[in-house]
Design a protein around this ligand. Structure first.
Ligand code: AMP
Length: 187
């Protein structure tokens, strides 16, 4: 089963995808984690993206699409993908469609975790203390939220017509969100 978790930064996509990965024995595809790993390794890509990420700006579609392609065509991961933080722009969503088509896969469920700005700011303030992410300070959070509204939210129109699109109130408790997701995927 392939699933997309969609929503603003701090919506709880990471938390829910980790749960689903465990439950379904699937693979988490978190472009944020993959990009942070590139920075940690100080790879060529890592060096190119550090500034963008620290400023809350997007990494180029080209870099992200390339990283994702390897995962989609990995036979071990076929039909076992939980997308967390990808796609984040219309061009990424179209690219994903193309890659899935080519690899003979489809998306089974798209969950939109809908959360308001105040909740996001509070949650990310808390996460900063736990995870110490360099892009979790208040200014950067607000920039990331604006980028989401401008570039990522239009992807909703692309997916909302899909019969497997489900909107979930992401301000609820973690367990309640998990229960609502489970009801759709029948596990
Ligand atoms: P995340 O961990 O998903 O909140 O992502 C952290 C940061 O990584 C974002 O603010 C972007 O700078 C970058 N990033 C993650 N996923 C993408 C993506 N699909 N496209 C472009 N940039 C991304």
């Amino acid at each position: 089963m392939n699933i997309i978790l969609f929503g603003p930064p701090g919506a709880g996509k990471g938390t829910q995808s980790k749960y689903l990965v465990n439950k379904l024995k699937n693979f988490q595809v978190s472009t944020g984690d993959i990009l942070r790993e590139e920075i940690k390794k100080n790879s060529t890509i890592g060096q190119q993206i550090t500034n963008n990420m620290n400023e809350g700006k997007f990494v180029s579609d080209e870099i992200v699409n390339d990283l994702i392609e390897k995962i989609i065509f990995d036979p071990q991961k076929k039909d076992k993908l939980i997308f967390d933080g990808y796609p984040r722009s219309l061009s990424q969503a179209k690219h994903l469609d193309l890659l899935l088509d080519k690899s003979n896969q489809k998306i089974d469920h798209i969950f939109f975790l809908n959360v308001n700005k105040d909740t996001i700011v509070k949650r990310i303030d808390k996460r900063k203390l736990l995870e110490n992410r360099s892009d979790d300070d208040t200014d950067t959070i607000l920039k990331r939220y604006d980028t989401y509204m401008e570039t990522t939210r239009p992807v909703l129109d692309f997916y909302s017509k899909n019969p497997n699109f489900h909107e979930i109130n992401g301000t609820q408790e973690i367990d309640q969100i998990t229960r609502e997701i489970e009801a759709f995927i029948n596990v």
